[in-house]
Design a protein around this ligand. Structure first.
Ligand code: KIV
Length: 274
C-alpha cells in the first residue's frame, strides 16, 4: 500500500497551490495520464495536474465514446498514476454511471476512489443537474473539479462532439452553471470546446481557476489528452489540438525495425547474448 501522507512533501501540488496560481496569474498546465510509465515522464516535466480522464475509454480501451468505461477500470489506471506521482495533483474523472444513479451511490463511489486510489480530487461533468452531488462530495472533504461546455458523457444527447454554447440560451446556462459550481465548492472548472470569448468571460468572472480545452487562450490553464498531443491518436486532429511530438510514428518505426531485425536474425547479436 502506497503512502498517502501527501503533506510531508512540500513540493507537492495541492488544491491550495492551484488557487494560489490563479491569484498570482500563473497559468496551470494539466495533462491526462492513465498509466505508471507515462505518469512518471509527465510528472517529471513539471505538469501541475495529472487528470486520470475518462478519455481512457478512447485512448486506453479503444471505445468510440467515454460511456463504456467502468469505475473499476478507471481505478486501476488511477492507482498506476498515483504510484508514479511525485509532484502533480492527481484528479480522478468520475466515469459515466458512477454519479448519476443517486446521491448515496455517488458518495459511495467517491469514497471508494479516494480510499483505494490515493487520488487528490475528483472531476465530474455537468452543472445544475449534479449540484447536489458536488455539494455532498465537498461536504465529505473531497475536492471537486467541475466540467462544462462539451461534456462527452452526453454525446448521445448532443448527437456528436460539435462546439457547444454557440447559442445564447446554452451560453447563458453555462455561465449560470459555472457560478453555481463555484458556489457549491468546486476548486476548479474545466471548459471544453466552447467559443473563446465565452470561456474568457467565465474565467474572469470566477474566483476559481478555469482550465480550458478548445476554449481559447484567455483562461487560467490548459488541458490536453496526452496521446493526442504526443501524436499517438491517428487521424484525430481537432482544431484546438497542438501536436508536440510524433511519438506514434516513432513507435511504429521502432517496432517495424525490431520486426525486420528479428526476421533477419539481426537481433540479438552476440554482444546482446549471455
Ligand atoms: O477525460 C478527459 O480527458 C477530460 C479532459 C478532456 C478534460 O475530461
Amino acid at each position: 500500500m502506497e503512502s498517502h501522507y501527501i503533506f510531508e512533501n512540500t513540493k507537492r501540488v495541492t488544491v491550495s497551490t492551484i488557487a494560489q496560481m490563479k491569484a498570482a496569474g500563473e497559468k496551470i498546465a494539466m495533462l491526462t495520464v492513465y498509466d505508471y510509465t507515462m505518469a512518471r515522464l509527465v510528472d517529471a516535466a513539471g505538469v501541475d495536474i495529472m487528470l486520470v480522464g475518462d478519455s481512457a475509454a478512447n485512448t486506453m480501451a479503444g471505445y468510440s465514446t467515454t460511456l463504456p468505461i467502468t469505475l473499476q477500470e478507471m481505478m486501476v489506471y488511477a492507482r498506476s498514476v498515483v504510484r508514479a506521482r511525485e509532484h502533480a495533483l492527481v484528479v480522478f474523472d468520475m466515469p459515466f454511471g458512477s454519479y448519476q444513479t443517486g446521491l448515496d451511490d455517488a458518495v459511495s463511489n467517491a469514497v471508494s476512489v479516494m480510499k483505494e486510489t490515493g487520488c487528490d480530487a475528483l472531476k465530474l461533468e455537468g452543472g445544475s443537474e449534479h449540484l447536489d452531488v458536488v455539494r455532498r462530495f465537498v461536504e465529505c472533504g473531497i475536492p471537486v473539479m467541475g466540467h462544462l461546455g462539451l461534456q462527452p458523457q452526453r454525446v448521445n444527447a448532443y448527437g456528436g462532439f460539435a462546439l457547444r454554447a454557440t447559442q445564447q440560451a446554452e451560453a447563458d446556462k453555462l455561465k449560470k452553471d459555472a457560478l453555481l459550481l463555484q458556489e457549491a465548492g468546486c476548486f476548479a472548472l474545466v471548459l471544453e470546446k466552447i467559443p473563446a470569448t465565452l470561456a474568457a468571460e467565465v474565467a474572469s468572472s470566477l474566483s476559481i481557476p478555469v482550465i480550458g480545452i478548445g476554449a481559447g487562450p484567455n483562461v487560467d490553464g490548459q488541458v490536453l489528452v496526452l496521446q493526442d498531443m504526443l501524436g499517438m491518436s491517428g487521424t484525430f486532429h481537432p482544431k484546438f489540438l497542438r501536436t508536440y511530438a510524433n511519438i506514434g510514428e516513432q513507435i511504429t518505426k521502432a517496432a517495424a525495425q525490431y520486426v525486420a531485425d528479428v526476421k533477419q536474425s539481426d537481433f540479438p547479436s552476440l554482444e546482446e547474448s549471455y
